[in-house]
Design a binder for this molecule. Structure first.
Ligand code: TXA
Ligand code: MG
Length: 415
């Protein structure tokens, strides 16, 4: 089954696999590609390894990390490991013992007895460690761009959880390189996006190098990430902790797996909600231009102007282009301006002294795939003074990319 497959054999002897393994098992960070964005990975069972992730990217230590696994078996086994002792958790009864036969035997016995205990209590004996509400979601969307909030296995140290003690975020990535590295280590890997904190997430190895050069021993380069935005974070386990509504699944962060995809699971997912902690459309309407500093995230140095469409489709697009043209007229004093349009290339007229860098993408999916790379290119290569981006509607890939753009933008213009 693809959920149990380690996907490791094809690359087992490659130098990058053994080098990653060596670094990660020594509790150092390695940047690895995933299908969403590049991740800054380290041993999720070791407190010091987790701390070095936070240090390397300058991340606030209260923002919890996602734990990446390469099989359901690895995830289930976490619930059978002894509690975290803080540092140096490398000697595990199951994971990474170098003795595959012994490891397999030991683990199978533990998992089987958990299944048996579950059946005795009237359960179906399937994945008893994993909340039931996730079983079908896992079958449908894993491996992939979906992170699930689960009960905390005691072996995961507090440092990984950013002090939020009762849950852990878990993802089973589909990228063959990510899966090969995780299964070669025999360890779950904690990994945030491999950007310097506050910068756009990296979708190319060069982006990681730009932000973190000299701060980590190895970056594994597998070219551009497919999805381009981070995974969707879904909480169907502790969903009632976030709002007072009756327990229903909640998207904590929109991402690679869409709201529509998850809704189509039916059942409890018909009541799927999207949690908008720091950005509601009501807020956006009340304060069309938010002060830059408050929501700086995913941010290039140049100010980002985001044109949010409100009206019917065709009208909205026309309005956006008119407003973008208007802004251009007001940017006197600037030398170079980047413009990103979606589904149409407006013909813009800039004041004489302004050089335009125009980029047209086809649709929301294409925008999601390339947004971080575009922001970085305009900022780091073209060195523009401002970036104007035509927003898209919230359907499908639009929700995640508008969430990221909403945080990157210092100016929100309703159209
Ligand atoms: O696509 C991705 O998810 C990438 C790749 C590398 O896998 N990783 C990523 O990690 O985006 P990061 O650290 O940049 O974002 C993790 C998100 C944060 O919004 C964090 O607050 C949330 O997941 N998170 C982590 N643990 C959580 C928990 N126990 N409860 C609620 N949210 C959690
Ligand atoms: Mg991030």
């Amino acid at each position: 089954s693809p959920l149990e497959d380690s996907a490791f054999t094809a690359h087992g002897n490659d130098a990058w696999v053994s080098e990653s393994r060596e670094q990660l098992r020594a509790n150092r960070c390695v940047a690895i590609p995933t299908e969403t964005v590049y991740g800054l990975a380290a041993n999720a069972l070791d407190a010091q390894a987790a701390r070095s992730i936070f240090e390397t990217k300058g991340r606030p230590s209260d923002n919890p990390l996602i734990v990446h696994v390469s099989s359901i078996r690895m995830l289930r086994s976490l619930y059978h490991l002894p509690p975290s002792q803080g540092d140096s958790q490398i000697a595990m009864p199951f994971l990474g013992t170098n003795n595959a036969a012994l490891e397999g035997q030991h683990l199978r016995a533990q998992l089987r007895s958990a299944e048996e205990a579950d059946r005795k209590q009237g359960g179906d004996g399937v994945w008893p460690e994993i909340p039931r509400v996730y079983h079908d979601v896992i079958r449908r969307f894993w491996p992939g761009a979906l992170t699930l909030i689960m009960p905390r296995p005691p072996c995961i140290p507090m440092e990984v959880l950013g002090g939020h003690g009762s849950t852990v975020a878990v993802r089973f990535p589909s990228h063959p390189v990510a899966r090969a590295v995780i299964s070669a280590c025999g360890l779950p890997l904690a990994a945030p996006s491999a950007n310097a904190s506050g910068r756009p997430s990296p979708t190319l190895a060069q982006h990681v190098l730009h932000d973190l050069d000299g701060r980590l021993p190895l970056i594994v380069d597998a070219g551009a990430c497919d999805v381009g935005v981070e995974s969707t974070v879904l909480d169907a386990y502790s969903a009632n902790a976030y709002v007072s509504e009756a327990l229903s699944p909640c998207i904590l962060r929109p991402g690679g797996v869409t709201y529509e995809d998850l809704r189509s699971m039916g059942g409890a997912f018909e009541r799927l909600r999207v949690y908008r902690r720091d950005f509601t459309s009501a807020e956006m309407e009340a304060h069309p231009t938010t002060p830059g500093m408050k929501y700086r995230h995913y941010s290039p140095n140049a100010p980002v102007f985001l044109y949010v469409s409100k009206g019917a489709k065709g009208d909205a697009a026309a309005n956006q282009l008119v407003q973008m043209q208007q802004t251009l007229g007001q940017l006197g004093g600037m030398r170079k301006v980047g413009i990103v349009t979606v589904g149409n290339s407006g013909s813009f007229e800039a004041p004489e002294q302004i050089e335009l860098v125009e980029i047209a993408v086809a649709n929301s999916k294409e925008l999601a795939h390339s947004i971080f790379a575009l922001l970085r290119r305009l900022d780091e290569v073209d060195r523009v003074d401002a970036i104007l981006v035509q927003g898209v509607d919230d359907a499908n890939e639009g929700l995640a990319v508008m969430n990221r753009l909403g945080k990157a933008a210092s100016h929100h213009i309703s159209c």
